[in-house]
Design a protein around this ligand. Structure first.
Ligand code: F3S
Length: 755
């Protein structure tokens, strides 16, 4: 295992570390003494300290050392700004940034890309220069969707990757544990801080039989979502195994893992096999397949591996299906769709069929779709629905153009969009219907929550295989089953589709297309990060000040929040997303959704300086301007929802020092700690009621802060009367106390790197 095998063709000097995996697993096998699943092998193989870490599934928190980081352009902005503020010279772990989320579909690929490059110029310029400075690979707009580029270039069997996008698990198609995280986690790993993951449960999915006919990889995950529902994978890695696996292509396995995000799974994973080796060879990484062959005993599960639950799916009898509308776990087999749609009043007419995206734009998907288009066109049939294609990468775009599929699609009247997320993430300037009009679309994407694609809550979106989307676009109706039904041709015959035929890999090899990759320069010392000082979307970050070393006295309570306070209440999304790279501007949304216990209103709090009510961010700014630190008091499960780091950064930026709650959502609690904040909880939850919004509070005991210590909240009632004390708890460990003292986790990291 001790060889120097590059991780990718683009990073010849960064090597696959199977040796660490082997060494860790020796220790772990001795400790656990039971056969290991593949998920356990890869996760434990990346432990920071295999000897001492607790390894209880579903309980322990593991400290891991990922092999790679991948960021998309929306989430990369704040991650890179934070990294820049550390003063570190470059990333500690191979990292790439991908421009895919900011390209809006409107006309067709070439024009849409040109418009996006113009509209997002300042963001792209920043990303291009910041990545160059910190040794990060940069994939320019037009290169394709992050998950496709990762599969084509970076994923490898047995690797551990984190990515700042929820469909990062796509790389499980090449046997990698790939997990979607927030920007704060990405920046930690880039700065060499071990990454924490709750030791996952493992759901085993045994595939028997063989993929055949109309059934596609997508149908496997549509069925899994049906069984497990949108919550069923929470806290678990979904591991596929069994004799059916080999009948699925590597890209098909990628599709299955990609959409595993829809059941809330930590990630999904396939064991190393011949189909993966074939794909590695086709993408010019045969040397990785050779290395993986030698290490295959650790890239597949042990016989007798224990799963927390096992589900069996027989591919021989798996019927193609569509999931939706409005939720990805509502499955209807194609043979029942007409009748169910009628009963539920889903609009029968299909307005638009969309194929491609990060989920389903492989060569195999495109060749099978092109085969169906050819069959229909040869019979003289026109498309009945609009038909849009999103190639997942420049390599796919160029290869399907060379092999004639694009011509087949376009001659039939389809539109090829840019190599980007486009309608999959709602970047779709849809013109064919009015907002609010009830209508149906079918896509080969992964998500179909209300409004996801076109911001129209009345769009009924069904997710399915590209094959079904394509065939159904020729009938334009939900009650058409291409497996059994016919369509009348212009000459009066009854046309029936034959099952789709295609190739999983191009016989002539992949055409790489236009080179859209920017490698970091050898000499990075001269690179200047480009940010226009007048920019409204980007702003350099300043490091937060270290703790003064003293307790905080007589602070105002900015808000005593009542009821639910999710990361959306703390830092709203929607129109604020465009300020993700500008901390000061996005801070104008801080806590504007939280309900003030004093008046039951959102975004209206008492300002103790003026004696008037004002907006939450304005009031915080007024306190900050006077050098007055403040706290937030809140209810249960504060910060639930997402890992959005802005929800912690904003509170710190506008001068908050502590958030005191009945309880925290764990990820947000950690994010607060990372930004140098004090997340504290009431020892007795009922003490929440003893505090009034206009009281003044002091935090006592910070100089003695240690693991398990108590912090005292001294409350001076605004209504007069004696001050009283409330005991508070915290979950800081020794290392995290260092974050608070240094002003943030990154400050501490930069300090220790510099000393
Ligand atoms: Fe995500 Fe779709 Fe892009 S699921 S990465 S938005 S193509």
């Amino acid at each position: 295992t001790d060889e120097h095998v590059p991780m990718s063709n683009l990073e010849k000097n960064k090597y696959i570390n199977y040796k660490r995996m082997e060494d860790n697993l020796k220790v772990v096998r001795d400790r656990l003494n039971h056969p290991l699943s593949l998920a356990e092998k890869i996760v434990y193989g990346h432990l920071d300290n295999a000897r001492e870490q607790d390894l209880v599934r579903g309980k322990s928190y593991l400290k891991l050392r990922p092999d790679r980081v991948a960021c998309q352009d929306a989430t990369a902005q704040m991650a890179l700004l934070q990294f820049d503020a550390t003063g570190l010279p470059g990333v500690a772990v191979p990292t790439t940034v991908h421009c895919d989320h900011l390209i809006e579909a409107q006309i067709e690929g070439v024009k849409d890309l040109a418009r996006a490059i113009d509209a997002n110029k300042e963001v792209y310029d920043f990303l291009a220069t910041c990545t160059a400075k910190y040794d990060v690979g940069f994939w320019k707009p037009g290169s394709g969707i992050i998950h496709q580029i990762v599969l084509e270039n970076y994923a490898f069997p047995g690797g551990l990757m984190i990515g700042t996008d929820s469909h990062t698990p796509n790389a499980g198609g090449l046997g990698m544990v790939a997990i979607g995280v927030g920007g704060a986690d990405a920046v930690d790993v880039m700065a060499d801080i071990p990454w924490e993951l709750k030791c996952p449960n493992i759901i085993g999915i045994k595939l028997t039989g063989k993929m055949n006919g109309w059934t596609s990889a997508k149908d496997v995950i549509l069925r899994v979502a049906d069984i497990l529902t949108v919550k069923g994978g929470t806290g678990a890695i979904v591991e596929y195994f069994g004799p059916g696996v080999e009948s699925i292509s590597a890209t098909g396995m990628g599709t299955i893992c990609n959409m595993g995000a829809e059941i809330g799974a930590t990630t999904s994973l396939f064991p190393y096999n011949r189909r993966m080796a074939d794909y590695l060879k086709a993408t010019k990484r045969g040397y990785i397949a050779d290395y993986a062959d030698k290490f295959a005993y650790n890239l597949t599960p042990d016989a007798g591996a224990k799963y927390d639950r096992v589900i069996e799916i027989d591919l021989n009898t798996l019927e193609p299906a569509l999931n939706g509308p409005f939720t990805p776990d509502l499955r209807t087999p194609i043979s029942k769709l007409g009748e169910v749609a009628k009963a539920k009043s889903w609009p029968n007419e299909i307005k638009v069929g969309l194929i491609g995206s990060c989920t389903n734009s492989s060569y195999e998907d495109m060749s099978r779709a092109a085969d169906l288009v050819q069959q229909a066109v040869a019979a003289g049939l026109p498309l009945k629905s609009k038909f849009l294609i999103t190639p997942g990468s420049e390599q796919i775009r160029a290869t399907i153009a060379r092999d004639g599929f694009t011509k087949t699609f376009e001659d039939a009247g389809a539109t090829v969009l840019a190599n980007a997320c486009g309608p999959c993430i709602g970047q779709w300037d849809r013109q064919d219907i009015k907002k609010g009009e009830k209508n149906t679309i079918v896509t080969s994407y992964n998500r179909n929550f209300t409004g996801r694609n076109d911001a129209n809550p009345q769009t009924h979106c069904f997710v399915t295989s590209p094959e079904l989307v394509t065939a159904m676009a020729f009938s334009g109706r939900l009650d058409f089953n291409p497996l059994t039904d016919t369509i009348p041709t212009p000459s009066g015959e009854a046309f029936q589709f034959k099952p789709p035929a295609g190739l999983d890999l191009p016989t002539k090899g992949y055409d790489p297309g236009v080179n859209t990759y920017q490698a970091p320069p050898a000499d990075r010392s001269k690179v200047n990060i480009v940010i226009d000082p007048k920019s409204k979307r980007l702003q350099l970050l300043h490091t937060f000040k270290p703790w003064t070393g003293k307790d905080f006295h007589d602070m105002p309570i900015l808000i005593k929040a009542k009821g639910k306070c999710t990361t959306d209440h703390i830092s709203m999304a929607g129109p604020w997303l465009k300020f993700r790279g500008h901390l000061d501007n996005i801070s104008n949304n801080m806590l504007i959704g939280a309900i003030n216990a004093e008046n039951n209103q959102a975004n209206s709090v008492y300002n103790c300086i003026t004696g008037e009510f004002g907006a939450v961010p304005d009031t915080a700014r007024a306190y900050k301007a006077k050098g007055l630190p403040w706290v937030v008091i809140a209810d249960e499960n504060y910060g639930e929802g997402s890992s959005r780091e802005h929800a912690a950064l904003e509170v710190r930026h506008l001068g908050g020092v502590a958030v005191i709650t009945k309880s925290f959502a764990r990820i947000h609690e950690t994010n607060l700690k990372k930004q140098g904040m004090l997340p504290l909880t009431f020892k007795n939850a009922a003490d929440y009621d003893r505090i009034q919004p206009r009281d003044k509070v002091s935090l006592i005991g910070l100089t003695e802060l240690k693991e398990g210590s108590t912090v005292t909240l001294q409350v001076k009632p605004a209504a007069g009367g004696d001050a009283f004390e409330i005991p508070l708890q915290h979950t800081f460990n020794e290392g995290q106390i260092g974050w608070f003292q240094a002003g943030s986790a990154l400050n501490l990291m930069a300090k220790s790197a510099g000393s």
